[in-house]
Design a binder for this molecule. Structure first.
Ligand code: A2P
Length: 314
């Protein structure tokens, strides 16, 4: 199986990363309007720091986080304490919705960099295809910035500038279907989306391959409500190959040409999720055919909480 993919910049990106959103993030709707409050996530954070160290020992060199997870300091501390050289590690962070205005981006990036204890990110993504106005957000309310949501070109231009400044090596998006019709200096290298057995998005994958955009799969085993059911599907193939159902599914993702971001804070699973195999073609085809969209497709869909009068995924 592929241990890395290559980005348009020529950088390589490890095909399996440790996902870092807080374990119960999907159930915490307040997450989406909470501003940074030190201490809020510390219990989860200590657990995450341990998970990062376990992952590094198991061979992971790719960590997928975000400003909004509010645990980047735990990741940064764990990486520094591990002694693994920074240049051996691929670090992703994401620009939160409330900082899309060009004049707000660099300060937010700098905050992520300082919490992660690094001078550059390997990959910086626009977290959602939607822009909030900053001030109401910082006061606990959400107002949509219609202009920047309709065309994030100014946001993207600022990100390109930060690439040229050396603070970011690659830029991309998350959950996007359309970025802008303006000409770009650097095209999005990555689109991070929900991809799983119950939401395989074959059309999006085909489009991404055609346009040389690498897809990254969050919730690759399905949402926490779907994981148990999802892991029952490949039991037979797993037994035949002598691996676990989770390993079948993660291997399937990589074989589809997708970066996988499994999330776990348990040592056994962290190790398990990193051990991928090359599936025999007939097993791959079987899984590809069995993967069909089922409701609920989206683990996280905050459209209502954000007061949108439309479904962001519709
Ligand atoms: P845990 O952290 O207890 O291991 P998400 O949709 O947010 O990515 O959630 C994925 C869920 O799948 C997590 O709650 C995680 O729980 C669980 N999980 C991760 N890896 C495995 C695995 N190999 N086997 C079973 N469950 C897993």
């Amino acid at each position: 199986p592929k241990s890395h993919f290559t980005l348009p910049s020529g950088d390589t990106i490890p095909s399996v990363a440790l996902g870092e959103s807080a374990p119960d993030i999907a159930s915490l709707t307040s997450h989406f309007i909470l501003i940074y409050a030190p201490g809020v996530w510390q219990a989860g954070g200590r657990e995450l720091g341990e998970a990062v160290k376990i992952a590094l020992a198991a061979g992971y060199r790719h960590f997928d986080g975000a400003w909004a997870y509010r645990n980047e300091h735990d990741v940064g501390n764990a990486i520094v304490e591990s002694g693994v050289p920074r240049e051996d590690i691929f670090i992703t962070s994401k620009l939160w919705n409330s900082f899309h205005a060009p004049e707000d981006i660099e300060a937010s990036l700098d905050e992520s960099l300082s919490r992660l204890r690094t001078s550059y990110l390997d990959l910086y993504l626009i977290h959602w295809p939607i822009a909030f106005k900053k001030e109401p957000y910082l006061n606990g309310r959400i107002e949509i910035d219609e202009a920047l949501t309709a065309d994030p070109y100014p946001t993207w231009k600022k990100l390109e500038e930060l690439v040229d400044k050396g603070k970011i090596r690659n830029i991309g998006v998350s959950k996007y279907e359309n970025l802008t019709s303006n000409p770009l200096k650097y095209r999005p290298a990555v689109n991070q989306v929900e991809l799983s057995f119950g939401n395989p998005q074959p059309e999006l994958l085909a489009w991404a391959k055609l346009h040389d955009v690498l897809l990254e799969a969050y919730s690759p085993l399905g949402s926490s409500r779907q994981v148990k059911e999802t892991l029952e599907l490949p039991i037979k193939i797993a037994k035949e190959l002598g691996i676990t159902p989770a390993q079948v599914i993660i291997s399937w993702h990589v074989q589809r040409g997708v970066v996988v971001l499994p999330k776990s804070v348990h040592e056994g699973r962290i190790r398990e999720n990193f051990e991928i195999v090359a599936l025999p073609q007939e097993d791959f085809d079987l899984i590809e055919r069995a993967a069909v969209s089922k409701a609920p497709q989206r683990v996280i869909n905050p459209s209502k909480e954000w007061g949108l009068d439309y479904d962001i995924f519709a």
